[in-house]
Design a protein around this ligand. Structure first.
Ligand code: IVH
Length: 680
């Protein structure tokens, strides 16, 4: 057998296993055997580069290249559905259909309304060619590279089936509860903001620039709408059963109903049963089953007349408000939190809910002793939605007011114009702020100091061993092992890890010191643009704003941080401890202003440097990276396999295309010879 034949057999076999596992939920091979086959295919493909196929099962791991999303016009606009929360309106819909079809018999296909983000997949000759988000319904983002990493979406359809040569299939990209919970645990540990619900998490994930990260996040997809000039059958339900055979994940929770009673039974059954599903659903979609009848019923300006979405009411409970406490966050924001009698919601016991801010409390006109409605929809954080005024009596307590001083350190709170949040300005000594900053500093994505979790930081701070992050570098193993529950071994591991953090690259040090609004990515951008802590500290507002992606808010925060004397002292002490204060991997001296004022789009795959390195080179030479081509683009820096849509747009607008070598010459960079080490 030739290598090519072997590759083809393995691809087909692995596609079938993926289908069994991700679509049917019935694996017929052990994970180990699957991995062995995958490895064999990877090796064969590596040895036979002419057999490369972007739709091979080996390509699902994603790539670290940045995906600049190109906008694509949908061949058929992606409409939304009319929504209702009332069974009366479902009845009205049913009767409207009856009338619209002149009394002719019809069936309604009932299915679940999945709570994710809609996606349109285009297949040609049995292969996925494009995946596009809904966008504004007319145009969406091409997210093919990210969608390829979703294992339940077939890249190649099962062979020998009756799929049309060309078709579109729409569905919902979802983040299953299990992936969502795992992701939020990871984010909490890294002190990144949590996703409020799986929908936000799925949508944030699909728009990530790094498809390897998308692959890691465990997205899933259910398909629910087949469109083609060449449909196998007239029935929507029947077409979806075919689609399942071809390789798509189609929900089993579907029923063809021929009476209104059956429709209502389906709704009532799934309102309860959906709580046992692995993914979030927020209603039921009712569709006239016959495509021919759908066409006759047609569309209003915005929605089809042949379908409607019935939305489930979020789970709600009525409970008594006992007290309101005020929490102080790492950045000093003071958040009111409601404490109430425990209630059961979506399978968990809930005792507390955020009240967001002073305006929210005022709008509710909340009193201690009030009965409040607590809701937990698709969200993990419960919220209070209303007060039951009819339950108020003489025993009603005081009106809930926002505190005016910090509940921990007593400093009067301040509120910035236009902001809803009040915050404690005593960032220097307010304990939750100081401790929060230390916890952020040691966290995995910052200085990555192992063994120092929230509890230990609390302990060290409370016994007076640390007052700020620089104190960490003075800790001795003996200081630590004297603390409760800390053995000698753990103590010396922590000290070793603190010492090792002196090698953490500058961009992470910049993130770790906790300047307001400076997340991981912004820290990287600033580090690369200025090269050192001193250069950033002395940069003017104008110089900061001149950097791509740095706006006024961030620039002001940076200048304020470095103008503050306490921060200056802290930064100085960190410098003396030997932390990295300069970027290591760029030879800044040689950079110039060859690209000053130029807007550049990068596209394709490069030989001499990575895409990130080219982005850096553009900025270091005074240019600006932009993600999509417009008439303002100066040129496109193009590698191999530049996206056809970008190429076409560049031609249309007359934007020059500059190759890699030409670009390096333009900025006076040497062109690396084969085998030579790259600059970065
Ligand atoms: S059919 C023209 N079926 O709900 C009909 N949509 O509010 C197109 N959705 O944008 C949609 N589950 O993102 C359909 N089983 C289902 C669905 C579903 C979730 C979403 C979809 C759509 C939105 C409409």
């Amino acid at each position: 057998m030739t290598a090519k034949e072997q590759i083809e057999i393995l691809r087909e076999e692995l596609n079938q296993h993926n289908y069994n596992y991700y679509v049917l939920n019935r694996p017929t091979i052990s994970d180990y055997d699957f991995d062995q086959k995958m490895r064999l295919l990877q090796d064969l493909e590596e040895a036979n580069p002419d057999c490369f196929d972007p739709n091979s099962p080996t390509q699902r791991v994603g790539s670290d290249l940045n995906n600049d999303f190109v906008q694509v016009t949908h061949a058929r606009p992606m409409l939304s559905l009319a929504n209702t929360y009332s069974s009366g309106e479902v009845m009205d819909f049913y009767h409207r259909v009856e009338q619209g079809l002149g009394g002719e018999a019809f069936e309604i296909c009932c299915e679940l309304k999945f709570d994710g983000l809609s996606i349109s997949l285009i297949y040609e000759s049995g292969r996925l060619v494009r995946a596009v988000t809904r966008g504004d319904g007319v145009r969406g983002d091409d997210v093919t590279a990210n969608v390829r990493t979703i294992r339940s979406i077939p890249l190649v359809l099962r062979p020998g089936m009756d799929w049309p040569e060309e078709f579109e299939i729409r569905g919902e990209v979802l983040m299953p509860w299990s992936s969502f919970e795992r992701l939020n645990v990871e984010r909490e540990a890294a002190e990144e903001p949590l996703f409020a619900n799986p929908r936000n998490a799925a949508s944030g994930t699909l728009k990530l620039q790094n498809s390897a990260e998308v692959a890691h996040r465990g997205l899933d997809a259910y398909l629910y709408y087949l469109l083609s000039d060449d449909l196998p059958e007239d029935g929507h339900y029947e077409n979806l059963q075919h689609a399942r055979e071809w390789g798509f994940k189609v929900s089993d929770a579907m029923r063809k109903c021929s009476t209104l009673e059956q429709v209502m039974d389906f709704i009532n059954y799934w309102d309860i049963e959906r709580k046992n599903l692995p993914v979030a659903t927020d209603g039921v979609v009712l569709k006239v089953n016959s495509v021919e009848q759908q066409e006759r019923l047609g569309y209003t300006a915005k929605v089809p007349r042949w379908a409607i979405a019935y939305k489930f009411k979020a789970e709600q409970a009525l409970t008594r408000l006992n007290s309101v406490s005020f929490q102080v966050g790492r950045q000093g924001t003071v958040t009111p939190v409601a404490n109430f009698d425990a209630v059961q919601l979506s399978g968990t016991v809930v005792r507390r809910a955020t009240l967001h801010n002073a305006d929210f409390v005022d709008n509710l006109n909340l009193h201690i002793g009030d009965y409040v409605y607590v809701e937990k929809g698709g969200e993990i954080i419960p919220k209070i939605t209303a007060v039951e005024l009819s339950k108020r009596d003489d025993s009603l307590g005081d009106k809930v007011e926002m505190v005016t001083c910090c509940p921990v350190c007593g400093t009067p709170l301040v509120r910035e114009e236009g902001e809803a949040a009040w915050y404690c300005p005593n960032d220097a000594t307010c304990p939750p702020q100081v401790k929060g900053r230390i916890e952020h500093f040691v966290s995995r994505k910052a200085m990555n100091i192992d063994g120092l979790g929230g509890e230990t930081v609390d302990l060290l701070y409370n016994v007076g061993l640390i007052h700020d992050v620089a104190d960490l570098y003075r800790l001795k193993a003996a200081d630590l092992s004297r603390l409760n529950r800390m053995g000698q071994k753990s103590a010396s591991n922590i000290v070793r890890s603190i010492d090792a953090s002196k090698e953490v690259p500058f961009e992470r040090v910049l993130f770790a010191i906790g300047i307001r609004f400076i997340g991981e990515t912004t820290a990287k951008t600033l580090a690369r643009a200025f090269g050192s802590m001193d250069a950033i500290a002395s940069a003017s507002m104008e110089q900061l704003i001149a950097v791509n992606e740095i706006g006024e808010k961030i620039a002001a925060s940076v200048t304020q941080f470095f103008a503050n004397e306490t921060n200056q002292l802290l930064v100085q002490r960190l410098r003396e401890e030997g932390l990295q204060f300069e970027i290591k991997d760029v030879s800044l001296q040689e950079m110039g202003d060859a690209l000053l004022g130029k807007s550049i789009v990068i596209s394709g795959v490069f030989k001499h440097h990575s895409r990130d390195e080219y982005k850096m080179l553009i900025e270091l030479n005074g240019g600006t990276n932009v993600s999509s081509i417009s008439s303002k683009t100066s040129f496109v820096l193009a590698g191999e396999n530049m996206g056809p849509a970008k190429l076409e747009k560049a031609h249309q607008l007359g934007i020059p295309i500059v190759g890699e070598t030409e670009f390096l010459q333009m900025i006076g960079e040497p062109i690396p010879q084969p085998g030579e080490l790259l600059l970065f």
